[in-house]
Design a protein around this ligand. Sequence first.
Ligand SMILES: [Zn+2]
Length: 341
Amino acid sequence: MQIFNIAEETLAMHNDIIQNAIENNGIIFGGAVRNKIIRDHHNYKFNEYINDNSFNAKGLIDYKSDYWNKDIHSESKARTIISNDIDIYFKDKYDYEHFRDFLRLKRFTVKHEKLMNDSYVNLPEVIEHYKLVFTFEIGGSYTKKGELIKINIDVVFPKEPYLYLEPPFSKTDFLCNAFVQDKSGIRISNNTGTPIDNMTFAQKALVSSRIILNMVKFKTLMNMSITGNLNVLLHRVSKMVNDENYKWNITNLPLRVVHCNSPLLLHKECCICQESFNPDDKIIGIRTSNNKIIGYHDYCFIKYLKFLVENSGSDEMLCPMRNDVNLIDNTIDFKQLCGFV
Ligand SMILES: [Zn+2]
């Protein structure tokens, strides 16, 4: 009996879907582009490792199965990274129809399609957003059910008068999400909504490579100038820093882990539970707009964030002590990022 590797099959489907969307003038954006950049890099690192080592002592490695085993050369485990969903932008709905025909031809089953009223990327006025779930059965036989692979696709169309905007529609949340993939390949978007959009070709190339070099190490910067729904933003931050396999380091978050003896701490106790800090405690420090650092137990702070995400309808970012969080000191210095060119 044929054994299938689900991850390998899923990636092949993703690649097929992406290729066809691009052939039909779609623009891929978000996690799928980011993960492709990361995956390619770590794939290269893994092959380098294979070529640099002779595996005679352990016997020749089984490249195909070892490739998908994250424990083997775990430094390059991101070679297997796959997005949870694929974001595709179609300027023209006819192109999208052709894309849909392709999916049907490939025996995908459309399970679900609905217009999302949620504030996806906080852009309801700029785009129309559809969420599609495709399923594909692999490895089944006449009598036995196979394994169902589910692929989530977010399709967006522009609304008038925003036809000129391409993803991420001047609303980049993290710089690692500023890239798009279209017929010309992977490139930084023309509409990041950051000073990058006005840079020269040379500066853009430099900034892009800086962002990419950090991205492959799961490091990125948050675009603090984004005005948007606080809940959406917090939700994204917590998703990135709590990712099971790949924890992102958002280097300009106005939060830092601090030691309980830090002279910067305004109080020596947690401002949520009021208990004094112990040397073993993990303390999250928030820099407030009057440049004090207020400390919280990590678990108390995470509880607070969860509460905010679930209950706050507010757009202002307040620390639990109701101080404004200092976002200004954490804005990105784009001149520095491109090396003052
Ligand atoms: Zn506490």
